[in-house]
Design a protein around this ligand. Structure first.
Ligand code: PLP
Length: 385
């Protein structure tokens, strides 16, 4: 019997080691890992430069507290502000904590309370971020939610106009909804939504926890649509698997986060930051990101070629190396079937198979994954016919 709360429907795979795109379980079976810890290990498992940076930091010091000047915090904050065009960073430990900070900052800076988010969004599991999430199923049984969140259909400007009022502190959204099913915001809609919020004196918070850190081929996904958010939240891929979250915001918001207003004992841990610094040095490099675009083009075209004749496949979705295959039916049964053949993939929403390979995945690994996936999908479809 397990001594863990059963919060996760765990797979029957016990990792023993992992390197690059490959994971080996304790029985010695090798898997091609196109989940990367749900979009976390963006440089693959145990990347050498990150390992070296962490080992060096472990020799120096592990934890002091945020009462000290931490050089690494300044260095990583500079990497994040340079890459995003924003000014100031607050470090937390996770995505939910980053979003929690964003919500608190938006309320305090505007003196308003309402936050508008989109239906099918996912922002986390704390009370604040669960309330922000536009999916009823994650709230069941947890009692009254934090107040003043309102949800509107994604890509519906009229509904957003109706919801926006003088008490709206912020509009908060993912550019591509990750957990919700890889639903992309229409760039024209996103631009209009941002303008609407700003004209209303409301802030724009973009949740880049899944889409950021090079995942879509740019440092942050909002950059594809030319947006100018006030606050961006980041986590997942930021430190290659070490716990770190961050918000990056405009300098005008500094006063609302004055000493004593917000904090976290472990937020901005030097060990996680050493991993973040090495990770971001690699990923925010222009030629690295150009390569992500090239790998993405290869993955999309190979999937198109392999799956276009399968009637159960409705369409391909996503951007960069955040890729979805929307099925005409539930995607869940395909996941263990692919795993059986040595390929790890995820679902997103109900009907989408989600691929989140490392950003430095090789062309051969892409070919191998597409071949396993196409075989899996075709076999399942034939078995049901
Ligand atoms: C878009 C988005 N926001 C927030 C979160 C929550 O992040 P964490 O699990 O690190 O709290 C996630 C996690 O899946 C996410 O995808």
């Amino acid at each position: 019997m397990s001594n863990l709360f059963p919060t996760y429907a765990r797979w029957d795979v016990t990792p023993a080691s992992a390197k690059g795109t490959w994971l080996t379980d304790k029985n010695g079976k090798n898997y091609l890992d196109f989940t990367t810890g749900i979009g976390v290990c963006n440089l693959g498992h145990v990347p050498n430069n990150v390992k070296k940076a962490v080992e060096e930091q472990l020799e120096q010091f592990w934890h002091t507290s945020n009462l000290f000047q931490i050089d690494l915090q300044e260095e990583v904050a500079k990497q994040l502000t340079d890459a995003s065009g924003l000014d100031l960073v607050f470090f937390a430990n996770s995505g939910a904590e980053a979003n929690e900070a964003a919500i608190k900052l938006a309320r305090k800076a505007t003196g308003r309370t309402k936050i508008i988010t989109f239906i099918d969004s996912f922002h986390g599991r704390t009370f604040g971020t669960m309330a922000a999430t536009g999916q009823e199923k994650i709230k069941i049984g947890f009692g009254p939610m934090l107040e003043k969140f309102e949800y509107v259909p994604f890509n519906d400007l009229e509904a957003l106009q109706k919801a926006m009022d003088e008490n709206t502190a912020a509009l908060m959204f993912e550019v591509i909804q990750g957990e919700g099913g890889l639903n992309a915001g229409d760039p024209v809609f996103l631009k209009q939504a941002e303008e609407l919020a700003h004209n209303n004196g409301s802030l724009v918070i973009i949740d880049e926890i899944q889409t950021g850190i090079g995942r879509t081929g740019k440092p942050f996904a909002f950059q594809h649509a030319g947006l100018h958010p006030d606050i961006v939240s980041s986590a997942k891929g930021i430190a290659s698997g070490f716990p770190l979250g961050a918000i990056i915001g405009k300098k005008e918001l500094a006063e609302a986060f004055s000493p004593g207003s917000h904090g976290s004992t472990f937020g901005g841990s030097p060990v996680s930051l050493s991993a973040a610094k090495a990770t971001l040095e690699t990923i925010f490099d222009e030629s690295f990101l150009t390569n992500v675009e090239a790998k993405s083009a290869k993955l999309f075209s190979m999937l198109e070629e392999a799956l276009s004749s399968v009637p159960q496949v409705k369409k391909l979705k996503g951007k960069g190396l955040m890729v979805g295959i929307e099925m005409a039916e539930e995607a869940a049964p395909y996941i263990p079937a692919a795993r059986e053949k040595g390929l790890l993939v995820l679902t997103a929403g109900t009907n989408t198979i989600r691929l989140l390979p490392p950003l430095n995945v090789t062309e051969e690994e892409i070919e191998q994954a597409v071949s396993i996936l196409a075989e899996t999908i075709k076999e399942q479809v034939t078995a049901k016919a």
